[in-house]
Design a protein around this ligand. Sequence first.
Ligand code: SIN
Length: 316
Amino acid sequence: MSDDHAVDLSVTWLGRAMPGCLYNASGVWCREEDELAALRASAAAALITKSATLAPRDGNPEPRYHPTPLGSINSMGLPNRGFDYYLDFARRYGDGGGKPLFLSLSGLTLDDNCAMLRRLAEAGLPALPEINLSCPNVPGKPQLGYDFGATAEALDAFDAAYPGLYGVKLPPYFDPAHFAAMAEILNRHRRLAFVTCINSIGNGLVVDVDSEAVVIKPKDGLGGLGGDYVLPTALANVREFCRLLPGKDVVGCGGVKSGREAFMHILAGARAVQVGTCLHQEGPGAFARIAAELAALMRAKGYRRLDDFRGRLRTL
Ligand code: SIN
């Protein structure tokens, strides 16, 4: 047996086993069935679909995604095939041979989110909902996760609409008072089993010096930042919500491009880790590479399992 095999990257959570800890961030490589099939065939340990609205959407005008040396800026505007498309995929996916399937939901209204949750519950599938409270890119629709009252109301409605375990994707928070306020709301909901931290840092502005212009068209150039820009903010959100949400899991998302950043997220407490910008740039082969790098780093440090170091970030 090689040393690689001595390291176990598997994760058990939400009552199921995942063969590894890495999967895609919603929005990347998951809008079309052929993309989801490529993820399934890759070393990704789970799949999450593009955030679905009730009806299909074309999204914002192009250009709406731009890679930069430090990551990416996007204002996609929720282009997706509509909830029925992803529900149908989930029906055919079944248990995915051990790779869990998450359905990302981003209804344009609370009623839309509840309608999708009810339909998912009626379908009786193993797919788990991750409700997106944090898309920064739909003009005229503020990020719900920054409105604590509306978030509390939404979670009450989700509880009523959906009888199973669910998760939410949060925007980044930047102040301890906001971590505490959001955690107090989330902790009132027993079946809220996980939070994904973080969505992109919303409404950044990338400027091209040569053209003296913005680089994406929607919202006069404002868009969500991903990649290196967001890693420290993502880690802070993972660590703080791990501390503040006992009994719930935190999924790390933000700035993962190698085994080192995956290690950092787990050290900060993440149960599993999503990959966004790097997956967009490299394709599904990124999962095997990052997993091998994480395994090599763990081996070098003498760790055999993720539990050996998860949440053990030291302070000074
Ligand atoms: C988008 O489609 O605009 C990205 C989704 C998100 O950031 O939640």
